[in-house]
Design a protein around this ligand. Structure first.
Ligand code: BV8
Ligand code: ZN
Length: 255
């Protein structure tokens, strides 16, 4: 299937949902989770780092690992895929960006208020009273991956501060999930970019759009479980495929 077919769908669309995963930030140098050799879960144990039980058992291990991730992400810059998505948003005002990513590269590329389904590395909060905590300044001093770092104490109750991300077994922020489902149910095109589509309930979002009759374009170098619901599968890296797709938009807003 070709970019041309996808471009025809984009040109007709008035309400677009762009649903992104770690692959959209891969070409910014941020590792994905499940890519066979380079993904974070090939090197680290998700159960020991990305669950509430892990934080309870060893807060310094988990906090240190997330500070390392915040450093990596803080030094990264948006790539051509993030920029192309912001251009779609500028050209088609009814566009909603829904991301599973905990980086801020969509915002940095110019996307306005993307919906963060899995939280953010920049929104630490108290693990007990949930009061927001002040994020540390700057990109961090690059703790080695795996270096323990005692989390700061909450200014209100003294409990350890935790990363503001959604761990396995935790509920997604209700307002974000509801807004994403509503946008997917109401859109006339969904573009899914750089996600393996295996983490639920986020993976429902493209399925909701398809169920409500919207065409789905997928951008991913590899097949995923979402292939079957997609109208067009564009196999390639997001930073190459999306700029090509955006070339089809009217010149004023799109370039
Ligand atoms: C919940 C955030 C209930 C922090 C992450 C068994 C069956 C089904 C479901 C379950 C099950 N057992 C447990 C569950 C539920 C579980 C789940 O789905 N597990 C799966 C994995 C089996 N889900 C949960 O636990 C969720 N919560 O269900 O709560 C509840 C309800 C009420 C009350 C209490 C509880 C919470 C899930 C949140 C997990 N959080 N991390 C952090 O970042 O550390 S997981 C992680 O996965 C990331 O957040 C990421 O956002 C998310 C999705 O991953 P992707 O973004 O898709 O990344 P991935 O590496 O997988 O794929 C990258 C893709 O990019 C690949 O396809 C690759 O080919 C492609 N790519 C690579 N390069 C490029 C590219 N594409 C384009 N261009 C490129 N250049
Ligand atoms: Zn507190």
């Amino acid at each position: 299937m070709t970019v041309r077919e996808a471009a025809d769908l984009l040109l007709k669309a008035r309400k677009v949902v762009v649903f992104t995963g770690a692959g959209v930030s891969a070409e910014s140098g941020i590792p994905t989770f499940r890519d066979a050799l380079t993904g974070l879960w090939a090197r680290f144990d998700a159960q020991a780092l990305a669950t509430p039980e892990a934080f309870e058992a060893d807060p310094a291990l988990v906090y240190g690992w997330y500070e390392w991730r915040r450093t990596v992400v803080g030094r990264a810059r948006p790539n051509a895929a993030h920029t192309a998505i912001a251009k779609i948003e500028a050209a088609i005002p009814g566009t909603v960006v829904v991301t599973q990513n905990v980086d801020a590269l969509h915002e940095q590329a110019g996307s306005v208020s993307p919906i963060h389904l899995h939280g953010s590395l920049y929104a630490p909060r108290c693990s007990s009273c949930a009061e927001p905590a002040t994020p540390p300044d700057g990109p961090g001093d690059e703790p080695a991956d795996g270096r323990r770092l005692t989390p700061p104490a909450c200014e209100h109750c003294g409990a350890p501060v935790r990363p503001g991300v959604v761990w396995f077994g935790e509920a997604l922020p209700m307002d974000a999930l509801e807004a994403a489902v509503a946008a997917a149910a109401d859109c006339d095109l969904l573009i899914t970019v750089g996600t393996s589509g295996v983490v639920y309930p986020a993976a429902e979002i493209p399925q909701v759009a398809a169920r409500f009759g919207a065409p789905v374009i997928q951008v991913n170098p590899l097949p995923t479980p979402l292939d079957d619901i997609c109208t067009v599968n564009l196999r390639g890296p997001a930073a190459e495929v999306l700029p090509e797709l955006v070339l089809s938009l009217p010149p004023t807003a799109a370039r």
